[in-house]
Design a protein. Structure first.
Length: 83
């Protein structure tokens, strides 16, 4: 598995905290994957989605280039609304 240190200093590891590791799909892509899973009896290719880690301490999002597994974009919370 992988690990890295967030800009806030928190140590991120997808082996000890797998909930930080997420995939993002558009609704269109999600529908394609469901169709593909239906046609292949559950086997789908995950290589076209975005992958990001979310720091549980500061909520920064790290998006990865899936070809190089290097961080390509970092997002930081701008504002939080109480709901
Ligand atoms: Zn952080």
């Amino acid at each position: 598995m992988a690990r890295m240190t967030c800009l806030c200093g928190y140590h991120l590891s997808n082996s000890t905290e797998p909930e930080i590791d997420n995939l993002v799909f558009s609704l269109e892509k999600w529908a394609e994957l469901l169709q593909e899973a239906d046609e292949t009896k559950g086997s789908i290719g995950m290589n076209t989605s975005d992958n990001y880690w979310k720091c549980p301490k500061c909520t920064r999002l790290y998006f990865f280039d899936l070809k190089t597994f290097k961080v390509k974009e970092i997002y930081q919370l701008e504002k939080r609304y109480n709901t």
